[in-house]
Design a protein around this ligand. Sequence first.
Ligand SMILES: Nc1ncnc2c1ncn2[C@@H]1O[C@H](COP(=O)(O)OP(=O)(O)O)[C@@H](O)[C@H]1O
Ligand SMILES: [Mg+2]
Length: 242
Amino acid sequence: MSETNLIELKGVSKIYSIDTLETHALRNINLKIKKGEFVSIAGASGCGKSTLLSIIGLLDVASSGQYFLAGHDVSSLDRDERARLRNKEIGFVFQSFNLISDLTVYENIELPLTYRTDLTDKQIKDIVLQSLETVDMSSRKNHFPSQLSGGQQQRVAVARAIGGKPSMILADEPCGNLDSKNAESVMRLLEKLHEEGTTICMVTHDPKSAKRADRYVELFDGQIVLDQFIAANTLASQAITL
Ligand SMILES: Nc1ncnc2c1ncn2[C@@H]1O[C@H](COP(=O)(O)OP(=O)(O)O)[C@@H](O)[C@H]1O
Ligand SMILES: [Mg+2]
């Protein structure tokens, strides 16, 4: 396979079995994402978006099929190997922020970095301070999540996601709980990270946000039904033809 594919899923399916009920959350997904791409993932509730993101993010494993991450087959890694790779290579941003309530902003960003054996205390401190600056939250580093607005909490979550300089950011409805102003600031942050070369997969319900990516993937009932590149001038050309 080509080295430029950061992510390659081949025939990935996911079946959840609870009691006698089987849910086919993903069916035969074939997806290649190049390093540096910004991909939006859309589709109705329950179509498998979060399941796809959790498999790409090594939070869960496929029931069948293969997953190559940067050319390496990661389908059969054990839990610990997955966790180590995840902590180093993948940053997550969730709709509900998922900050730890009894840790300060600083400590929330610091926590995943403390599991890294390749970073010194000084390096960790520098990364935390730099990440806080990137999301414009330096002045709140000693605040607790409950003392922040939703938009501020999401910016902290972005800082936590980017701290370890991951190869990819996976964002599951990152603006879903935000008002339009805060949503815009989080979208701008994601765009900035993309410009700096980070690969981004973003699940979104919002067509306007989806169009800000390079590529649009739509799921229906666990299958990819649309996969198209978005021309940089989509909005401009629409405006001309109106
Ligand atoms: N942990 C789980 N156990 C059982 N079923 C699940 C689990 N997670 C998701 N599902 C089911 O898999 C399908 C896809 O869910 P999900 O990936 O969360 O969809 P989306 O994010 O698009 O709303 C749904 O039918 C959902 O009920
Ligand atoms: Mg979901």
